[in-house]
Design a protein around this ligand. Sequence first.
Ligand SMILES: CC(C)(COP(=O)(O)OP(=O)(O)OC[C@H]1O[C@@H](n2cnc3c(N)ncnc32)[C@H](O)[C@@H]1OP(=O)(O)O)[C@@H](O)C(=O)NCCC(=O)NCCS
Length: 181
Amino acid sequence: MVDEQTVLATLQLNADVVIRLATAEDIPALEWGGEFWQLRTRFEQAFAEQQAGNRLILIAALNNYPVGRLIVQLAHGSPNYVNGASRAYLYSLHVMKPLRRQGIGTALIETAEALLIERGYRWATIAVAKDNAEALDLYQRLGYRIFREDPGRWSYTDPAGKEHLVDEPSWVLQKRLRRER
Ligand SMILES: CC(C)(COP(=O)(O)OP(=O)(O)OC[C@H]1O[C@@H](n2cnc3c(N)ncnc32)[C@H](O)[C@@H]1OP(=O)(O)O)[C@@H](O)C(=O)NCCC(=O)NCCS
Protein backbone atom coordinates (compact mmCIF):
# COMPACT_ATOMS: atom_id res chain seq x y z
CA MET A 1 0.00 0.00 0.00
CA VAL A 2 1.24 3.48 -0.85
CA ASP A 3 0.75 5.96 1.96
CA GLU A 4 -0.97 9.01 0.38
CA GLN A 5 1.32 11.28 2.38
CA THR A 6 4.46 9.91 0.67
CA VAL A 7 3.18 10.64 -2.87
CA LEU A 8 5.08 13.62 -4.27
CA ALA A 9 3.70 13.76 -7.82
CA THR A 10 1.48 11.78 -10.18
CA LEU A 11 1.58 11.71 -13.95
CA GLN A 12 -0.60 9.91 -16.48
CA LEU A 13 1.15 7.70 -19.02
CA ASN A 14 -0.13 7.55 -22.57
CA ALA A 15 1.80 4.83 -24.38
CA ASP A 16 0.86 2.12 -26.86
CA VAL A 17 1.61 -1.52 -26.15
CA VAL A 18 2.35 -3.21 -29.47
CA ILE A 19 1.96 -6.97 -29.91
CA ARG A 20 4.47 -8.23 -32.48
CA LEU A 21 6.79 -11.09 -33.33
CA ALA A 22 10.18 -10.95 -31.59
CA THR A 23 13.22 -9.93 -33.58
CA ALA A 24 16.82 -10.96 -32.85
CA GLU A 25 17.30 -7.66 -30.97
CA ASP A 26 14.45 -8.50 -28.58
CA ILE A 27 15.91 -11.82 -27.41
CA PRO A 28 18.45 -10.44 -24.86
CA ALA A 29 15.78 -7.99 -23.60
CA LEU A 30 13.51 -10.94 -22.74
CA GLU A 31 15.81 -11.53 -19.76
CA TRP A 32 14.36 -8.37 -18.20
CA GLY A 33 17.69 -7.11 -16.89
CA GLY A 34 18.55 -10.38 -15.17
CA GLU A 35 15.21 -11.69 -13.86
CA PHE A 36 15.11 -14.35 -16.59
CA TRP A 37 18.83 -14.72 -17.39
CA GLN A 38 18.58 -18.42 -16.58
CA LEU A 39 16.21 -18.92 -19.54
CA ARG A 40 18.66 -17.39 -22.05
CA THR A 41 19.27 -20.66 -23.88
CA ARG A 42 15.53 -21.41 -24.01
CA PHE A 43 14.83 -17.98 -25.54
CA GLU A 44 17.65 -18.41 -28.06
CA GLN A 45 16.40 -21.87 -29.00
CA ALA A 46 12.84 -20.59 -29.36
CA PHE A 47 14.08 -17.83 -31.67
CA ALA A 48 15.97 -20.36 -33.82
CA GLU A 49 12.74 -22.37 -33.95
CA GLN A 50 10.81 -19.25 -34.97
CA GLN A 51 13.22 -18.79 -37.86
CA ALA A 52 12.71 -22.44 -38.81
CA GLY A 53 8.92 -21.90 -38.81
CA ASN A 54 8.21 -24.12 -35.80
CA ARG A 55 7.56 -21.50 -33.11
CA LEU A 56 6.42 -17.92 -32.75
CA ILE A 57 7.63 -15.60 -30.00
CA LEU A 58 5.01 -12.92 -29.43
CA ILE A 59 6.02 -9.93 -27.40
CA ALA A 60 4.07 -7.03 -25.96
CA ALA A 61 6.35 -4.05 -26.56
CA LEU A 62 6.13 -0.81 -24.61
CA ASN A 63 8.44 1.81 -26.10
CA ASN A 64 9.88 -1.11 -28.08
CA TYR A 65 10.81 -3.01 -24.87
CA PRO A 66 9.25 -6.47 -24.36
CA VAL A 67 7.14 -6.13 -21.21
CA GLY A 68 5.23 -9.34 -21.97
CA ARG A 69 5.88 -12.53 -23.90
CA LEU A 70 4.11 -15.64 -25.12
CA ILE A 71 5.67 -18.46 -27.12
CA VAL A 72 3.63 -20.58 -29.54
CA GLN A 73 4.89 -24.04 -30.43
CA LEU A 74 3.55 -24.98 -33.84
CA ALA A 75 5.23 -28.36 -34.34
CA HIS A 76 7.51 -31.03 -32.83
CA GLY A 77 6.08 -31.73 -29.40
CA SER A 78 3.88 -34.14 -27.49
CA PRO A 79 0.87 -34.94 -29.72
CA ASN A 80 -1.51 -34.06 -26.87
CA TYR A 81 -0.23 -30.49 -27.09
CA VAL A 82 0.97 -29.88 -30.62
CA ASN A 83 0.91 -31.78 -33.89
CA GLY A 84 2.18 -29.39 -36.55
CA ALA A 85 -1.18 -29.13 -38.30
CA SER A 86 -4.28 -28.67 -36.15
CA ARG A 87 -2.99 -28.29 -32.57
CA ALA A 88 -0.51 -25.73 -31.25
CA TYR A 89 0.80 -25.14 -27.74
CA LEU A 90 1.01 -21.76 -26.02
CA TYR A 91 3.58 -21.43 -23.23
CA SER A 92 5.93 -19.11 -21.33
CA LEU A 93 3.25 -16.40 -20.94
CA HIS A 94 4.58 -13.65 -18.69
CA VAL A 95 3.76 -10.01 -18.16
CA MET A 96 5.87 -7.63 -16.05
CA LYS A 97 4.33 -7.23 -12.60
CA PRO A 98 3.51 -3.50 -12.66
CA LEU A 99 1.72 -3.90 -15.99
CA ARG A 100 -0.56 -6.80 -15.08
CA ARG A 101 -4.38 -6.68 -15.03
CA GLN A 102 -4.54 -4.25 -17.90
CA GLY A 103 -5.27 -6.69 -20.70
CA ILE A 104 -1.74 -7.45 -21.98
CA GLY A 105 -1.93 -11.19 -21.23
CA THR A 106 -5.32 -11.37 -22.95
CA ALA A 107 -4.01 -9.46 -25.99
CA LEU A 108 -1.03 -11.84 -26.30
CA ILE A 109 -3.27 -14.91 -26.19
CA GLU A 110 -5.88 -13.48 -28.57
CA THR A 111 -3.18 -12.44 -31.05
CA ALA A 112 -1.66 -15.94 -30.91
CA GLU A 113 -5.09 -17.46 -31.55
CA ALA A 114 -5.65 -15.18 -34.57
CA LEU A 115 -2.27 -16.21 -36.02
CA LEU A 116 -3.11 -19.88 -35.48
CA ILE A 117 -6.51 -19.52 -37.18
CA GLU A 118 -4.79 -17.87 -40.17
CA ARG A 119 -2.48 -20.89 -40.40
CA GLY A 120 -5.41 -23.35 -40.28
CA TYR A 121 -4.95 -24.58 -36.69
CA ARG A 122 -8.15 -25.69 -34.97
CA TRP A 123 -7.02 -26.14 -31.35
CA ALA A 124 -4.82 -24.18 -28.97
CA THR A 125 -3.49 -25.89 -25.83
CA ILE A 126 -1.96 -24.38 -22.74
CA ALA A 127 -0.69 -25.76 -19.41
CA VAL A 128 -0.94 -24.10 -16.03
CA ALA A 129 0.47 -25.09 -12.65
CA LYS A 130 -2.32 -26.36 -10.42
CA ASP A 131 -1.51 -23.70 -7.83
CA ASN A 132 -1.67 -20.79 -10.32
CA ALA A 133 -5.30 -19.80 -9.81
CA GLU A 134 -4.88 -16.38 -11.45
CA ALA A 135 -3.67 -17.78 -14.77
CA LEU A 136 -6.25 -20.61 -14.67
CA ASP A 137 -9.06 -18.06 -14.22
CA LEU A 138 -7.76 -16.04 -17.16
CA TYR A 139 -7.58 -19.07 -19.49
CA GLN A 140 -11.06 -20.23 -18.50
CA ARG A 141 -12.45 -16.75 -19.08
CA LEU A 142 -10.92 -16.87 -22.55
CA GLY A 143 -12.67 -20.17 -23.33
CA TYR A 144 -9.99 -22.76 -22.45
CA ARG A 145 -11.19 -25.95 -20.78
CA ILE A 146 -9.21 -28.52 -18.77
CA PHE A 147 -8.83 -31.83 -20.65
CA ARG A 148 -5.96 -33.59 -18.90
CA GLU A 149 -3.32 -33.39 -16.20
CA ASP A 150 0.42 -33.34 -16.65
CA PRO A 151 3.20 -33.99 -14.12
CA GLY A 152 4.77 -30.75 -15.44
CA ARG A 153 8.36 -32.02 -15.23
CA TRP A 154 10.89 -30.30 -17.46
CA SER A 155 14.43 -29.08 -17.23
CA TYR A 156 16.68 -26.40 -18.60
CA THR A 157 20.34 -25.51 -18.37
CA ASP A 158 21.22 -21.95 -17.39
CA PRO A 159 24.05 -19.95 -19.07
CA ALA A 160 26.41 -20.99 -16.23
CA GLY A 161 25.84 -24.62 -17.19
CA LYS A 162 23.68 -25.51 -14.16
CA GLU A 163 20.75 -27.81 -14.83
CA HIS A 164 17.39 -26.86 -13.28
CA LEU A 165 14.61 -29.38 -12.83
CA VAL A 166 11.08 -27.99 -12.74
CA ASP A 167 8.41 -30.08 -11.05
CA GLU A 168 5.06 -28.33 -11.44
CA PRO A 169 1.96 -30.57 -11.56
CA SER A 170 -0.29 -28.88 -14.11
CA TRP A 171 -3.68 -28.76 -15.72
CA VAL A 172 -3.68 -28.86 -19.51
CA LEU A 173 -6.41 -26.85 -21.22
CA GLN A 174 -7.54 -26.62 -24.80
CA LYS A 175 -9.71 -24.30 -26.83
CA ARG A 176 -11.42 -24.86 -30.17
CA LEU A 177 -10.37 -21.99 -32.42
CA ARG A 178 -13.05 -20.47 -34.59
CA ARG A 179 -12.75 -17.93 -37.33
CA GLU A 180 -14.80 -14.76 -36.58
CA ARG A 181 -17.77 -14.50 -38.92
C1 LIG B 1 -0.97 -14.68 -15.95
C2 LIG B 1 -0.52 -13.32 -16.52
C3 LIG B 1 0.33 -13.55 -17.75
C4 LIG B 1 -1.75 -12.49 -16.89
O1 LIG B 1 -1.30 -11.30 -17.51
P1 LIG B 1 -2.17 -9.95 -17.45
O2 LIG B 1 -1.57 -8.99 -18.40
O3 LIG B 1 -2.33 -9.53 -16.04
O4 LIG B 1 -3.55 -10.49 -18.03
P2 LIG B 1 -4.88 -9.62 -18.30
O5 LIG B 1 -4.69 -8.25 -17.78
O6 LIG B 1 -5.25 -9.80 -19.70
O7 LIG B 1 -5.93 -10.41 -17.43
C5 LIG B 1 -5.72 -10.64 -16.05
C6 LIG B 1 -6.93 -10.28 -15.28
O8 LIG B 1 -7.01 -8.86 -15.27
C7 LIG B 1 -8.33 -8.48 -15.68
N1 LIG B 1 -8.20 -7.25 -16.42
C8 LIG B 1 -7.87 -7.10 -17.72
N2 LIG B 1 -7.88 -5.79 -18.05
C9 LIG B 1 -8.19 -5.11 -16.90
C10 LIG B 1 -8.32 -3.74 -16.57
N3 LIG B 1 -8.16 -2.79 -17.48
N4 LIG B 1 -8.60 -3.44 -15.29
C11 LIG B 1 -8.76 -4.38 -14.35
N5 LIG B 1 -8.65 -5.70 -14.60
C12 LIG B 1 -8.38 -6.05 -15.85
C13 LIG B 1 -8.80 -9.59 -16.56
O9 LIG B 1 -10.21 -9.64 -16.60
C14 LIG B 1 -8.22 -10.78 -15.87
O10 LIG B 1 -9.07 -11.20 -14.83
P3 LIG B 1 -9.43 -12.76 -14.66
O11 LIG B 1 -8.11 -13.48 -14.53
O12 LIG B 1 -10.23 -12.77 -13.43
O13 LIG B 1 -10.13 -13.19 -15.89
C15 LIG B 1 0.31 -12.52 -15.45
O14 LIG B 1 -0.41 -12.48 -14.25
C16 LIG B 1 1.69 -13.11 -15.19
O15 LIG B 1 2.65 -12.81 -15.89
N6 LIG B 1 1.80 -13.97 -14.16
C17 LIG B 1 3.08 -14.59 -13.81
C18 LIG B 1 3.46 -15.65 -14.82
C19 LIG B 1 2.37 -16.68 -15.00
O16 LIG B 1 1.77 -17.15 -14.04
N7 LIG B 1 2.17 -17.06 -16.25
C20 LIG B 1 1.20 -18.05 -16.62
C21 LIG B 1 1.87 -19.36 -16.72
S1 LIG B 1 0.71 -20.63 -17.16
